[in-house]
Design a binder for this molecule. Structure first.
Ligand code: SF4
Ligand code: MG
Length: 321
């Protein structure tokens, strides 16, 4: 497998304006110096609790949120340095599936109109006949008879809508797709269908995924490798089997022991809750030290570096030096 994406020291900082009565504004390190890679036809799962910076990372990698610093090498080319015009071919190669398909689908448009939009944008020369055929094929690929393209988003169930959202993401033949909690809003019975569809599309279209979820069972099912985020940092990365047999970081172990929460929060809620946690955590030392049973004085003052403990298994924790 060859390297598709290499992210080096990526950060995304926000400056909050708490400026009432002269209070100082604060820089929130939503994503803080993280490095990882994604190989061709591979799924890198990114797991962590709400507000840890998973979605921000996914959007920063696509430059939907402009990174504050770092490099994003796509097939060796640093896309952070590209102008909007130069980005255009990469916008085609790099797509996103959202948690809520409504973010991708205009309620006033038929599915056909929604699917036609990105195709026309990236293939302006396409004939009406080719466009029709392409949309019919897309509908079939995600499990619908072509005639369903005449329907509106509200005529579909949540799981069906997410399949349409996936069809839109793959409509311009990307190589890399950021999947941001694509099954988190769905009933568990429907989740498996959508995950299986994504696996099938990955095989058939040779896709690479960065798959974001707060749900470890989903991550285990879909991922080749797992990355764990906490408070804007990537604290552990390992192959899926190795991770589930031998998680090293104290936070990874907490995640595995945790009972999943049945509540799905929306993005605003997540951002609101997360920011306070990140702001507090990222001042100095290990971001997990206030919750870590093994924290020492050193952990409070010194940020642990990422280390490769065994081949391909990286962890950021002073315990593993
Ligand atoms: Fe816990 Fe220290 Fe490791 Fe952080 S560096 S996870 S506080 S032991
Ligand atoms: Mg999110």
């Amino acid at each position: 497998m060859s390297r598709l994406l290499e992210v080096k020291n990526l950060s995304k900082f926000y400056t909050s304006k708490q400026g009432f009565f002269g209070a100082k504004s604060e820089t929130v390190k939503a994503v803080n110096q993280i490095s990882f890679h994604v190989d061709e036809q591979e799924t890198l799962g990114i797991v962590g609790e709400s507000g840890c910076g998973k979605s921000t990372t996914g959007r920063a990698v696509l430059r939907l949120h402009e990174p504050t610093e770092g490099e994003i090498l796509y097939r060796g080319k640093d896309i952070c340095k590209l102008s909007l015009e130069e980005m255009k071919p990469y916008r085609q190669k790099m797509q996103i599936v959202f948690q809520n398909a409504n973010s991708a689908l205009d309620p006033r448009w038929t599915v056909e109109q929604s699917l036609a939009e990105p195709i026309r944008l990236h293939y302006p020369q396409i004939s009406q006949k080719e466009l029709d055929e392409r949309i019919d094929r897309l509908m079939e690929e995600v499990g619908f008879a072509p005639m369903y393209k005449k329907k509106y988003p509200h005529e579909f169930s949540g799981g069906q809508r997410q399949r349409i959202g996936i069809a839109k993401a793959i409509s311009v033949s990307p190589e890399f797709v950021v999947c941001d909690e694509p099954v988190s809003a769905l009933d568990v019975s429907v989740q498996a269908q959508v995950l299986n569809l994504m696996k099938k599309l990955q095989r058939e279209r040779k896709l690479s995924y960065m798959f974001i979820s707060h749900d470890l069972s989903v991550i285990r099912f879909i991922s080749d490798r797992v990355g764990v985020m906490y408070a804007g940092r990537l604290v552990e990365v390992a192959e899926t089997k190795e991770f589930f047999e031998n998680a090293l970081h104290p936070y990874s172990r907490v995640l595995m022991a945790a009972v999943p929460k049945p509540v799905v929060m929306d993005d605003k809620d997540e951002l609101y809750r997360g920011i306070g946690k990140i702001a507090k955590a990222s001042r100095e030392g290990c971001p997990f030290c206030s919750r870590c049973a093994q924290a020492t004085e050193r952990c409070r003052g010194e940020m642990p570096e990422q280390r490769e403990v065994t081949e391909g298994h990286f962890v950021s924790c002073h315990l593993y030096e």
